[in-house]
Structure formats: structure tokens, C-alpha cells
Design a protein around this ligand. Sequence first.
Ligand code: PLP
Length: 386
Amino acid sequence: MTLKQATIAVGSGLNSDQQYGCVVPPINLSSTYNFEDFNQPRAHDYSRRGNPSRDIVQRALADLEGGAGAVMTSSGMSAIHLVCTVFLKPGDLLLAPHDCYGGSYRLFDSLSKRGAYRVKFVDQGDPQALAAALEEKPKLVLIETPSNPLLRVVDIQAICDASHAAGALTVVDNTFLSPALQQPLKLGADLVVHSCTKYLNGHSDVVAGTVISKTAEHATELAWWANNIGVTGAAFDSYLLLRGLRTLTVRVKQQQENALAIVAYLQQQPLVKKLYHPSLPENQGHEIARRQQYGFGAMISFEFDGDEAHLRHFLSELKLFTLAESLGGVESLISHTATMTHAGMAPEARKAAGISDSLLRVSVGLEDSEDLIADLEHAFQAAATR
Ligand SMILES: *Cc1c(COP(=O)(O)O)cnc(C)c1O
């Protein structure tokens, strides 16, 4: 299980500038391009359809996932919406995980109620439930692993094989690991989506998404539709995302090392009632994670043993962990699932999904792991002696 040494030099546009020989490719902010002559367009005519800065980052994204092509979009949600727009017609069925990203759940739920397509949410870790759902002949199967916030892992290869046998296309939301830790196209997926807002950009200063496809035909179709509905990403965001990608592997490597140190610390912390991380043998799908991932990732969840007052005190004492949603940035973040990321879910639904009111989710950053652990220890002690 070794971290994928993702090399993006080939596709990242370094040293590609013809005009000035810039080592780092410039940002092309122009929204429009002149025609060389009457009826003679250049490679680019208008930046919604194509932009040189976006071209470069799309090539890098495709390289990283081992795809034929990629479309960069304005957000992770527009990437997911693009896939559904291209591959689902009214009446078609989408099979999504019962514990998928909240924004995805809301999108599928609201659009299916308006007749855009049908959706069924299923526990894909349950082979019988999955087989029964595939009997209904879905057109598209969305896979998301590890899941949010309990970091359950499902078998991408097995779900892709079963979905293909049922005639469905498969798309994997790879946001929680990044291609440095998991490459779904190699495991049989047809498409990969990311919220580039998270690990791929990695610096919490861009909202963007991408769809990467295994085949060139799908890449062409996705690019046509992305221009048609106008969800392509901006030039400045393309530049920042490309800069983030250059350090993806080293960031993820350090974040993952920090996460393992924090898991070891939390395991012996008495105020931690339950701990979730794919590295733990008791975690759902641990054996699958060992097989299909290049590492266990830097997202951790745990149940805090105490009432709400203790929990608030614990959170207020943290100095290095910021109370915020999102993930994958250089800084460590902590979020309270019930009041933040999953506040839109009914309390009974959260309970049924195994999400307790004392669950905290941590996105481990690049700080020194000893500092992070000392910060946690201080806050736990303050909460315990309160
Ligand atoms: C954040 C996230 C999204 C949505 O991406 P945005 O960039 O916020 O639109 C989709 N899937 C997962 C797993 C995410 O974490």
C-alpha cells in the first residue's frame, strides 16, 4: 500500500509558454479571442467553451486519474450535476449511496421530485441491497468511498462489475482521497468526479470541480454539455488549482502521516467513545481499503464522550483546529456533524445513519503532528476538568 507518486509534470504546462518562455504558464483571463481571418477561428473563440489556462489544468487532472480527458467545472456540485445532465434522461434511474455527500443528496432529491430523473438511495456495502437495486436497471451508479462522516469503505471494483453487468455506467466521487490515494478508473469506473475545492486545490481558496472520463468519447460529450449549460471553471481558479495540484502528493503524504499519529493518540484518549478511520481494523470496509487505496487518508471522525456543554468547551479550547466545514486544506479543521455538515438531515435520519450528536469530524492539515496532538490533549483535559 504505497502512496501514488502522482507526477503531473507532463500535463501541467510547465515550460510550455511560447511567447516569453515563462516556466509557470500564465493566466489567460481573456473572455474572447480574435479570428485569424474571416471564418478562421483559432483553437479558442470564447472562454466558456475553451480557455488555455483551463486546458492545462484539465490535462493535469486527466493525467492524475489516468483518464482520457477532464472537464473543470465551477464547483463539485456542478460537476455532479453535469454528469447527471449528460447521462440521465427523464425516467432514468440513478443509484446513489444512502450516505452520500449532503449536497449530492439534496440535488438528486430535489431534481427527481421535478421529474429530471429518478433516484434510489441504497447501502452499497450491503451486497443484497445492491443486487436488488440493480434489478431495477439504473442508468448510472454513483459510488462514494470513504463515506462522510463515518468513513465506511465500499468495493469500487465489485460495484462497477455488478453495475456494468446490469447495463449501468459508474461514476466515483473521489473527493475524500484524491488520486494520490485512490484511482477509481483503474478499478473499473467510467467516470470520476471531484470537488477540487478540497484536496486537489488544497489551500481553501478555490471552489471548483471536475469530471474525468475513461474514454475520449465521454470527454467530448462532457465538454460539449459543460459549455452548453455554462458550468466550466474560471481562468483564475484554473491557475490556482494547477498550483495546488503540483504539491498534491507531498501534502497528502504529510496529512496522512499526521492523521495516523492523531488516530494513535485518540485511541488511548478516554473521552473518545468511538473512533472512525479506514486504518482501524474495526472500521467498516478496512480490508477493502487496504486493497483499493494507496493510503488510509487524512479524514478522521470520533464520538466525544460528554454532554453538549463539555463538547462546546472542548471545541472552544482548540487553537490549531478551526471549527469549520470543508476539508482537504493545509490547515486542520474540525466540524460538529449534527449542527454543521449534516444539520439539514432530520435527527431521526441521522440516528438511523449511525451519526450521533457527539460526532466530530477532523480534516487533518499540514501542521506539526506533535503540535496538533498537544492541542487536542489540552482541550480534552480542559473538558475533563470542567
Ligand atoms: C464538497 C463535496 C462535494 C461538493 O463540492 P463543492 O465544490 O462544494 O460544490 C461533493 N462531494 C463531496 C464528497 C464533497 O466533500
